[in-house]
Design a binder for this molecule. Structure first.
Ligand SMILES: NC(=O)C1=CN([C@@H]2O[C@H](COP(=O)(O)OP(=O)(O)OC[C@H]3O[C@@H](n4cnc5c(N)ncnc54)[C@H](O)[C@@H]3O)[C@@H](O)[C@H]2O)C=CC1
Ligand SMILES: N[C@@H](CCC(=O)N[C@@H](CSC=O)C(=O)NCC(=O)O)C(=O)O
Ligand SMILES: [Zn+2]
Ligand SMILES: [Zn+2]
Length: 398
């Protein structure tokens, strides 16, 4: 079929809306009409050329929702018309990883998704004028139609609003799961969140739900202090980003969201880890790096309390970057961990997260600061880089 998609022909060059041919799904594959797709920082990361797995030309996008258009041979768990969320973290329920009970990673299709192709024939289902276009993360949701592996499709409640629950394809589950599944934060804990984008704010939301006593948000963008206000709709979002709300109001509303204190490292002469250790009687119980900066990853580990503090790396760092610290930091009881998709098993738990959203037990709408169309995708990336944007949702068929 012919469709429209945003093609990244080269790193860092504007995406081009192209007429793309999308081949029918083969055995074990599903073709999905993508209705809404949001932008995650990881899309920008791969587009920048810093992803060692980045392949060009490709169709980016991995945080989306849509409707199954057709299925290949042997696909039994979804059928045309089903409402679905494509999942970059597959769940086959048969491989060594899936059966381990120790991880949400799945090995069944990972070699193909990392190589930008489909498992069945190691080829792409996308082409422009006969030229193959690589898949991305096994999802490629910046296309009106995409083809994914059946093990990468979560079937969801058809009553769920797709323009909202598309966010449950990445950022929000990653933050919540980092707290609930990876760190397992206990009630009363002191938590530090580095980076208050969608992922970091979802960490704060998860920490609040877990009963954390203090949730310290750290960001170099002081406008992010305003982001923690998005829950109060009488304030237009634009006003919050222009910092017209008073600090008293901001902090009142921040409590509702989860962040109890805001620290901008630029306001301090001391290293941020020392600032936090001083403010918390020896360090935090849990910290989360939600930026992708290896220096901040070190700070996040070193602000943890001696003897038990745990730091979780969530951010994705550029090719060639490495983390380092003095081994003494670990010898003295701090723990360094990482998380992919917040440790959630995608096909099993994304529908559960959708239900939690429908019951108003988790927030989603509040992370959406902008709505644009597929044709406006380059503007959406500009917004992400400008800093006044959490999630921008693209209407793929407007
Ligand atoms: N492990 C996983 O499964 C996932 C990882 N990610 C990664 O998580 C990270 C966050 O993603 P988003 O929330 O979408 O990004 P974002 O760009 O919306 O948020 C990042 C925040 O970090 C802040 N920041 C940048 N440099 C900083 C510094 N030196 N100190 C303090 N704050 C700083 C920015 O002002 C911004 O508010 C990215 O690296 C992304 O690739 C995203 C989703 C899933
Ligand atoms: N290709 C990248 C890997 C980036 C990465 O770590 N991706 C995360 C999801 S980020 C979502 O926004 C992830 O789930 N990783 C596990 C995986 O199997 O890819 C690189 O090589 O740096
Ligand atoms: Zn993402
Ligand atoms: Zn598996």
């Amino acid at each position: 079929m012919a469709t429209r998609a945003a093609v990244a022909w080269e790193p860092n060059k504007p995406l081009v809306i192209e007429d793309v041919q999308v081949a029918p799904p083969q055995a074990g594959e599903v073709r999905i009409q993508i209705l809404y797709s949001a932008l995650c920082h990881t899309d920008a990361y791969t587009w920048s050329g810093k992803d060692p797995e980045g392949l060009f030309p490709c169709i980016l996008g991995h945080e989306a929702a849509g409707i199954v258009e057709s299925v290949g041979e042997g696909v039994t768990e979804v059928q045309p018309g089903d409402h679905v969320i494509p999942c970059y973290q597959a769940e086959c329920r048969e491989c060594k990883f899936c059966k381990s009970g120790k991880t949400n990673l799945c090995g069944k299709v990972r070699s193909a998704t990392g190589a930008g192709v489909m498992m069945a024939d190691r080829k792409s289902r996308f082409s422009v004028n006969g030229k193959p276009i690589y898949h991305f993360m096994g999802t490629s949701t910046f296309s009106q139609y995409t083809v994914v592996h059946d093990v990468s499709v979560a079937k969801i409640d058809p009553k769920a609003p797709l323009d909202k629950v598309c966010l449950l394809g990445c950022g929000v589950p990653t933050g919540l799961g980092a707290v609930w599944n990876t760190a397992k934060v206990e009630s009363g804990s002191i938590v530090a969140v580095f980076g208050l984008g969608t992922v970091g704010l979802a960490v704060a939301e998860g920490a609040k739900a877990a009963g954390a006593s203090r949730i310290i948000g750290i960001d170099i963008d002081s406008k992010k202090k305003c982001c923690i206000n998005l829950f109060v709709r009488p304030y237009p979002v634009a006003d919050l980003f222009s910092s017209r709300a008073t600090l008293a109001i901001l902090m009142e509303i921040a409590k509702d969201f989860g962040v109890t204190e805001f620290v901008n490292p630029k306001d301090h002469d001391k290293p941020i880890q020392q600032v936090l250790v001083d403010q918390t009687d020896g360090g935090v119980d849990y910290s989360f790096e939600c930026i992708g900066n290896v220096s901040v990853m070190r700070a996040a580990l070193e602000c943890c309390h001696k003897g038990w503090g745990t730091s979780v790396i969530v951010g994705v760092a550029a090719s060639g970057q490495e983390v380092c610290t003095r081994p003494f930091q670990l010898v003295t009881g701090r723990v360094w961990k990482g998380t992919a998709f917040g440790g959630f098993k995608s096909r099993s738990q994304v529908p559960w997260l959708v239900e939690k959203y429908m019951k108003k037990e988790i927030k989603v709408d509040e992370y959406i600061t902008h709505n644009l169309t597929l044709a406006e995708i380059n503007k959406a990336f500009d917004l992400m880089h400008e800093g006044g944007c959490l999630r921008c949702v693209l209407n793929m068929h407007a």
